[in-house]
Design a protein around this ligand. Structure first.
Ligand code: KOT
Length: 840
């Protein structure tokens, strides 16, 4: 029999209590058992990692029943399933989250403590799977959590990068990239399923042939190369429910057919070396966030994981005996931006070339199955592949795209006769200059639903980037404002606040975040406010300790913690934050006795390795920190800290410690933001522009509880249309001029006037992101923040109200909306059957 053929044996599994029991005693026994039998270590020689692994396997054992029962239920019932396709899943550490979902966090902590080990250190030991750059990948992870928690049949499909996002070190103030070796010590959360491998074709050419069975012309793709995709499954536990869904990540390997070729050519040794070429495909995550680089390997990654995933879905149906003309009834596929948009052509190809569907039937299935989420308005992020490269790697897909395009353009000609400009603007092929495939257009045409990720963003899509598509298909468009999971970003990362909240309103809010509103009733309770303030202070003290240890800087936990943590990007304007710091510094230098509210400015975030300006901004933050932190005139009233290697694990430590969250992108540039939600849920106030989801956060928390500044999107457009001149602001604003001059004159570079020249001249001569135009409004607003912070009791009220009113931003709400409006998928409850216990 073939190795991938299922064979049934004894129908019931007998399970040892040590693998399922949830009591402290059983957990202890299981932990020691796993240390011995799985890690192969005893206490004398065990490392911290061995202990981590032993605990991880102990937890994994306890979730397998839910995981397998979920899979069995879905297969057995042939349920309608969401397939979330994403090139990135930024999951963060699994251990703590799984303990929370299983409801055994406290028991595990006690068990580990009783064994004489440091539980927090074991959690800290986990190398997080950094398989994403930032917001887009983390959103995918939050959505998996919510789908599982809401019992939505779902599967996440992506790429198992051997090296995820680089680790960031800071050397002499500059970012330094280090390879992320997350798989170095093994990954206890994944199970490889080589028996479910599939093959993906690349390159070569196409041929037509006569299909004898149907007497129809069909197309055959003769590839130059075949790569095998091996699935690795990770369980995604819902919170306090029986559902455990799957994240299925594909890893590339040389196809078996390769061995035959090697054998035949006789050059066995060279052929084995060649296997590494196939494996290259899933080696490394591209570290560029929101900037498109037309690299062949990246297109290879996209077709690889998309083809593997679609073939996998077809196999799932085939195994259940479900005919493929029901594909769209069994799967709702969500495309997380255009990275998986090649799915439009690949699903058409699979249905037509491999399963003998005719065009119209295949097209109807494709459109009904796919839906597309757009995550950015930045033109430089939109994916467009040069035709040469595209046709070389994917000759058959290019033919299919041409055919989709010709039918599509015909539809436009009928609806808008004579409008040639419109045809050119909407074509799937950009004909200006070197010809390109426009992936966003392909996604729009091939999907039945298109959505943005915040109300403003979705409006701008309709008015601007996708305007023509909106005019053609208004019914396809909707908004789905992003959300984040309160399980990871409150319960796990902020246990002290969770406990206080739960003591007042019970724990229903963890699954129904709107319940946080009940906290409003306690705003006038002085005792409650005192506890709230104390918790925030204690968490800030912890972060202060960390900063002392990591950066060697003393910071005062009583000072205002002002945090900007996100990818470094000019549009996010970390350097506007820096201009404010320099302004405060200049005020102190002009009058050392000036009355200033003590503040600690904290930054965290990675820059794309090839993005010079972003790296220069990191250098500037660190240079300003060096000067400000060491100037005796400052008398420690302001401190500046750049925290290196910002990732999910670290973010969980940072969000709860903030007083003020910086959400200061230029209006119209940030699609949504999700960090803004995580900060506010944890009781920080926001200083922000009317951009992305800030608009809706402000609506929810109330204008009086939000520090608003800056131009609105229409004002930005108007200013740019009228001809923006940054010099005008520089010349007429003495504080702004002084701040920029201090950088330009070498005030943060030991007199070197060259170091920050690129940054200064970009601001003065271009300033695409209007920092100078928004400067005064920002500084005025920050002065208001400083005044507000002086009344600690008042500030605490605002902090409580921010948390209390964040219910809308649970990813559970987002997922409910996707389910209702786009996916039409209903929850399926999972019933656990009793195991037969050993000895029973
Ligand atoms: C990256 C490359 C191409 C297209 C889009 C991106 C992208 C967008 N990467 N991250 N984003 C962010 O996605 C988040 C989740 O929707 C948003 O909150 C955030 O505003 C985007 O910048």
């Amino acid at each position: 029999t073939a190795p991938n053929q299922p064979i049934e044996c004894v129908p019931t599994i007998v399970v040892e209590d040590d693998r399922t029991g949830l009591s402290v005693e059983t957990l202890k026994r299981a932990f020691q058992d796993n240390l011995f039998y799985i890690q192969g270590k005893f206490a004398k020689i065990a490392t911290q990692n061995d202990y981590y692994m032993a605990l991880a396997y102990t937890v994994r054992d306890r979730l397998l029943r839910r995981w397998l029962t979920t899979a069995e239920t879905y297969t057995h019932q042939g349920v309608r399933t969401v397939a979330y396709l994403s090139a990135e899943f930024l999951m963060g550490p699994h251990l703590g989250n799984n303990l929370i979902s299983l409801g055994i966090y406290d028991e595990a902590k006690q068990a580990i403590g009783e064994l004489g080990l440091d539980f927090d250190a074991l959690l800290e030991q986990e190398e997080e799977p950094g398989l994403g750059n930032g917001g887009l990948g983390r959103l995918a992870a939050c959505y998996l959590d919510s789908m599982a928690t809401l019992d939505i049949p779902s599967i996440g499909y992506g790429i198992r990068y051997e090296f995820g996002i680089f680790d960031q070190d800071i050397r002499d103030g500059w970012q330094f990239e280090i390879t992320d070796k997350w798989l170095r010590y093994g990954n206890p959360w994944e199970i490889a399923r080589p028996e479910w491998s599939v093959e993906v074709k690349l390159g070569g050419h196409t041929e037509t042939y006569m299909d004898e069975m149907t007497s129809r012309q069909r197309v055959r793709w003769v590839p130059a190369e075949v790569v095998m995709g091996i699935p690795y499954d990770t369980p995604i536990l819902g919170y306090k429910t029986n559902t455990a869904t799957t994240l299925r990540l594909w890893s590339a390997a040389a196809a078996e057919s390769f061995d035959f070729a090697a054998f035949n050519s006789g050059d066995y040794f060279r052929a084995v070396l060649q296997k590494t070429v196939s494996e290259t495909l899933t080696k490394v995550l591209y570290p560029n966030d929101e900037s498109f680089q037309g690299k062949k390997l990246r297109l290879g990654q996209q077709i690889f994981f998309v083809s593997c995933s679609l073939q996998d879905m077809i196999l799932i149906l085939t195994r259940q005996g479900i005919p493929l003309d029901q594909f769209h009834e069994k799967f709702a596929i969500q495309l997380n931006d255009t990275h998986p948009a090649i799915a439009v052509a690949e699903l058409m190809r699979l249905l037509m070339d491999e399963h003998a569907f005719e065009w119209d039937a295949a097209w109807s299935i494709t459109q009904k199955t796919l839906a597309y989420t757009n995550h950015t308005l930045l033109p430089e992020a939109l994916e467009r592949w040069g035709l040469g490269l595209f046709g070389t790697l994917l000759p058959r897909h290019l033919e299919i795209i041409y055919e989709i395009n010709s039918r599509f353009l015909e539809e436009i000609r009928l609806k808008f006769p004579g409008d040639n400009d419109r045809l050119n603007r909407m074509s799937l092929i950009d004909e200006a200059g070197e010809r390109h495939v426009r992936m966003a257009h392909l996604a729009c045409v091939g999907s039945h639903a298109i959505n943005g990720v915040a109300a403003l963003h979705s409006e701008l899509l309709k008015q601007d980037v996708l305007r023509d598509f909106y005019e053609l298909y208004p019914e396809k468009f909707s908004n789905k404002t992003n959300g984040v999971t309160p399980r990871r970003f409150m319960v796990l990362s902020n246990p002290r606040l969770t406990k206080l909240i739960t003591s007042k309103i019970g724990d229903g809010w963890i699954k129904h975040l709107d319940d946080l509103r009940k906290l409003e009733a306690f705003v006038e309770d002085a005792d409650f406010r005192q506890q709230w303030r104390q918790i925030k202070f204690d968490i800030k003290q912890d972060l202060a300790d960390y900063i002392k240890q990591a950066n060697g800087i003393d910071v005062d936990p009583a000072s205002l913690f002002d945090i900007q943590a996100k990818r470094i990007h000019e549009y996010k304007r970390q350097h506007l934050d820096v201009l404010h710091i320099i302004t405060l510094y200049n005020r102190i230098k002009a009058n050392p006795d000036v009355d200033i509210t003590p503040r600690t400015f904290i930054f965290g975030g990675k820059a794309a390795p090839g993005y010079y300006m972003a790296k220069l901004i990191i250098k500037l933050v660190n240079s300003v920190a060096d000067v400000v932190n060491n100037d005796p005139d400052v008398r420690d009233r302001i401190k500046v800290v750049f925290l290196k290697d910002y990732n999910v694990k670290f973010a969980q430590r940072v969000y709860p410690a903030a007083d003020l969250s910086e959400q200061i992108s230029l209006a119209g540039k940030e699609a949504s933001g999700t960090g803004n939600m995580k900060f506010s849920m944890n009781g920080s106030l926001t200083i922000g522009t009317l951009d992305g989801a800030n608009v809706e956060i402000r609506e929810e928390v109330g204008a009086e509880n939000f520090f608003l500044f800056g131009l609105t999107t229409p004002e930005v457009y108007a200013l740019k249309a009228q001809g923006y001149n940054p010099w005008q602001y520089y010349n007429s604003n003495p504080e702004l001029k002084a701040a920029i001059d201090r950088i330009a004159s070498g005030g943060f570079s030991n007199g070197d006037t060259n170091l920050f020249n690129a940054l200064v001249s970009t601001l003065l001569y271009k300033d695409d992101y209007l920092l100078l135009a928004d400067y005064q409004s920002y500084v005025d607003c920050q002065d208001g923040v400083s005044r507000a912070y002086r009344d600690q009791d008042h500030w605490t009220r605002l902090s409580i109200l921010n948390s209390a009113r964040m219910g809308k931003f649970s990813s559970d709400r987002s997922i409910r909306e996707y389910c209702k409006d786009i996916w039409h998928v209903k929850p399926v409850a999972i019933e656990l059957k009793e195991y037969v216990q050993a000895g029973a």
